[in-house]
Design a protein around this ligand. Structure first.
Ligand SMILES: [Zn+2]
Ligand SMILES: [Zn+2]
Length: 227
């Protein structure tokens, strides 16, 4: 019985979350499909024309009304300004990571490290418990500070799909030593993610993992010597 449930989860997942692997420094970009599709993270913006082309192969661009950012870093938010204009979409980010984008703070977004300005973006704040529905699936926002103060993950408990930004990766764990990062908060957030019934892990960089999200989260805690 358990196995049947598991297969259904995987089938649903493949239909709802589509990964555009990050090129160069770009983060991965996720397209959550359905009647009301949305995009998670945007890369640096360097390859934005390619990104738009790739998105258009997955969904109709005119259907995309929302772009959700997992956190403030430039490798995730750099393409947001162009993409929001091109798609006519609204951009959402957690309350605590919104100010650097509104103010164009290139040190907080880390763009200045590459000599790139962060142009101010009009973003909407999101918080713990907010829900992004694609029509087919509902992804709930969990505030998971540690990598940055306003890092979030999106979790769909129907499919067990966890879009987790830079908090945890397949085979490793997010950094906590950048501005607004915090080790204790990261550990706490990882324990929280472990308590979710996650099946599939969609990180901000590198490969995604179908079927062993819990194992990956546990592995991240092991990397830190916290289990
Ligand atoms: Zn990143
Ligand atoms: Zn990051």
């Amino acid at each position: 019985m358990k196995e049947i449930k598991y297969c259904i989860k995987l089938q649903n997942l493949e239909m709802s979350v589509h990964c555009l692997p990050g090129v160069g420094l770009d983060s991965n970009i996720y397209v959550v499909t359905g009647n009301d599709p949305f995009i998670v993270d945007t890369g640096t913006g360097i390859h934005i024309r390619q990104v738009i082309d790739q998105i258009s192969r997955v969904i109709s661009l005119e259907k995309v009304g929302r772009i959700v950012l997992t956190h403030r870093h430039y490798d995730h938010i750099g393409g947001a300004r162009f993409l929001m204009k091109e798609l006519g979409a609204k951009v959402y980010i957690h309350d605590l990571d919104a100010p650097p984008l509104r103010e164009g703070d290139g040190w907080a977004t880390l763009s200045e490290l590459g000599g790139i300005k962060t142009e101010p973006i009009d973003v909407k704040s999101i918080r713990e418990g907010d829900v992004f529905s694609s029509g087919d699936h509902e992804f709930r926002v969990y505030h998971t500070p540690g990598h940055t103060a306003g890092s979030i993950v999106l979790f769909d408990d129907m499919t067990g799909s966890l879009i987790c930004g830079d908090t945890v990766f397949v085979g490793s764990v997010g950094r906590w030593d950048l501005p607004s990062g915090n080790y204790d908060e990261l550990v706490k957030s990882l324990h929280r993610l472990l308590s979710l019934d996650a099946v599939n892990l969609y990180p901000g960089h590198g490969p995604f993992s179908l079927g062993d999200a819990k194992h990956q989260i546990l592995n991240a805690l092991r990397c830190l010597g916290e289990v």
